[in-house]
Ligand binder design. Structure first.
Ligand code: SF4
Length: 309
């Protein structure tokens, strides 16, 4: 297992200079913009993130604005992106940064990893894109490309997570970490896609083991790690589906307003009936424990609203 770093770097960076995606978080990148974009991109595709990122930045232009906003306003701004706990964690970081770091996001990996919602990838990405650290990042796209470029000895075996990070580090061109990591991400998003790699137009096809082995038309194995792409689980009718619908309905209410549970049930489930309270109430209780919903009592009737926080 090895990587031809020199030709790979030259060919991919030349391609990136011509084909880089024009994404709003790459314009005037600063720590706050980078952090917001990385949180939004954790489980949502770039096309969906782009308009929401711009609107979010207009409403909350910096850590101070996000820290002092109500949680309800942050959840409203996040509504539709899904995985709403990302919004809570982002606001927790903003509050920590303003309270403990004088408003400046820490730049080193160890401090970043102590903040909520920041794992190995996000810490590396923020350190690289916001602070210029010369380090590799490994997200789903990069993991897939490295797997295909180099592969392991047996055609169907998977690189371990450690091998992938070692390869990513070995491939890193000196002084070009941000461009390099973004070039890999762009290749994965546009050309070396999960289910239909366009090897005929790939700038590194001559270096690719997957292509060389004649496997370009294979359906590649499903990723086994947390991804930025769609979940393989059925979504409609799932718990996540209904949790998302609850948040959307509550986000559409006037600020401070709540909704009684039967009315809420009918909004999120077409055939909602009285007995559905047996799943709606525990779900709302869990959402309250997660900090995403506030339950109250309005003249003897349970109501749900977004938490003001
Ligand atoms: S040749 Fe095909 S499989 Fe290999 S990196 Fe390029 S697009 Fe991906």
């Amino acid at each position: 297992m090895g990587i031809e770093a020199g030709p790979l770097q030259a060919q991919l960076l030349a391609w990136y200079a011509q084909h880089r995606r024009d994404l709003p978080w790459r314009q005037g990148a600063g720590p706050y913009r980078v952090l917001v974009s990385e949180f939004m991109l954790q489980q949502t595709q770039a096309e969906r993130v782009t308009p929401r990122f711009t609107a979010f930045l207009q409403q909350f232009p910096d850590f101070a604005a996000l820290a002092t906003a109500t949680t309800a306003d942050v959840l409203r701004a996040w509504s539709g992106l899904g995985y709403n706990q990302r919004a809570l964690r982002l606001q927790q970081i903003a509050r920590t940064v303003t309270a403990q770091y004088g408003g400046d996001l820490p730049s080193n990996i160890a401090d970043l990893r102590r903040l909520p919602g920041i794992g190995p990838y996000t810490a590396a990405a923020v350190a690289c894109f916001a602070f210029g650290a010369q380090i590799a990042t490994v997200d789903t796209n990069i993991r897939r490309i490295l797997q295909r470029l180099v592969g392991a000895d047996a055609p169907d075996s998977r690189l371990t997570e450690r091998q992938v990070w070692e390869l990513a580090g070995a491939a890193l061109p000196e002084g070009r970490a941000a461009d390099w990591n973004q070039a890999l991400m762009d290749l994965g998003a546009t050309t070396c896609t999960a289910h239909a790699p366009d090897c005929a137009h790939c700038p590194v096809a001559d270096l690719c083991r997957f292509r060389r082995d004649g496997r370009s038309s294979d359906a590649p194995p499903a990723p086994t790690h947390r991804t930025r792409s769609k979940s393989p689980q059925p979504f409609v009718g799932s718990s996540r589906y209904y949790r998302g619908r609850v948040l959307r309905v509550l986000a559409a209410l006037d600020p401070g307003a709540g909704m009684a549970l039967p009315a809420l049930g009918r909004q999120i489930k077409e055939d909602y009936a009285g007995y559905d309270a047996t799943w709606l109430e525990p779900m709302l209780a869990q959402l309250e424990r997660d900090g995403l919903v506030a339950l109250g009592d309005d003249e003897g009737e349970i109501t749900a609203r977004l938490p003001e926080g």
